[in-house]
Design a protein around this ligand. Sequence first.
Ligand code: FDP
Length: 300
Amino acid sequence: MATDDDATSDRVNSVDRVFKKVLDAVAKTAPEIREGLPTRRAKVETENPSGETPLAADVYADELLCERIGDIEGVGTYASEERPEAQTVGSGLSVCVDPLDGSSNLKPNNTMGTIVAIYDSPLPATGDDILAAAYVLFGPTMTMITAYDDTVTEYVIQDDGTYQAIRVDVTLPDDPTVYGFGGRVADWVDEITEYVREIESDPSMKLRYGGAMIGDVNQVLTYGGIFAYPTLADAPEGKLRIQFEGYPVGYIVETAGGASSDGHQSLLAVEKDDLHARTPVYVGNESLVDGVEAHLSDDD
Ligand code: FDP
């Protein structure tokens, strides 16, 4: 007779399988996305659900990933920043994708990424529902960071879509050295300006800001520090989207021993009822993220 233990183990095996298949699909698609970039630098005519006009490259990456991830048995829903609604593609887990994070970096030929989050829930999900997250970084080499089962791993993706681990059990270095805060400085609220000035006065900290969240987060994972796209005076929720960016980077950084926050609580505790909802994002070494919360709590 089947027991509860059997059911749990079947469930774990099936999540393991979907996670692996999603990674395979993302790694296989990454070289194709990269190859497609040079001829897809122009904007398309229609706005995405966040009111931005995507590049042809954003749409191309989204279509490829939807097709590949949507084909995986055990994936029930595919959603992306580029689509107004989540798509039903089968039955099972939900996968949220930011197909080309930082695509405004395409024209100046700077870093961009692809972000993926797997949720055990219909969308919009909560931070408690996240089972795994990953991102590809299109840098001088193509790397992929994954967080699953309490472990963060870094892989190199080859041009044929195969991938090999180059760092296992990735953790944030104890002594942070880099910081990067997005948004216009003039739009920062006073508490953020004050805190950034404090960080800047520390001689061990240097500014590293590239304008693609995933590139900036990867610097923090590599060197230790803090990345933020903060609350802004005219946009209290900042710019980044919780389902596509906030939960996955929060999950990855927390799994790597760091902290995440929306300014008041862990990103994973944030609850929003809109698929495209935004949230301020602060991720990095715990002491630095605590500093943000301490400054912002002054105005509560
Ligand atoms: P992009 O609009 O180029 O796709 O959420 C997307 C994002 O880039 C992040 O990757 C990046 O951190 C942020 O927006 C940069 O926004 P601004 O340059 O508009 O401040």
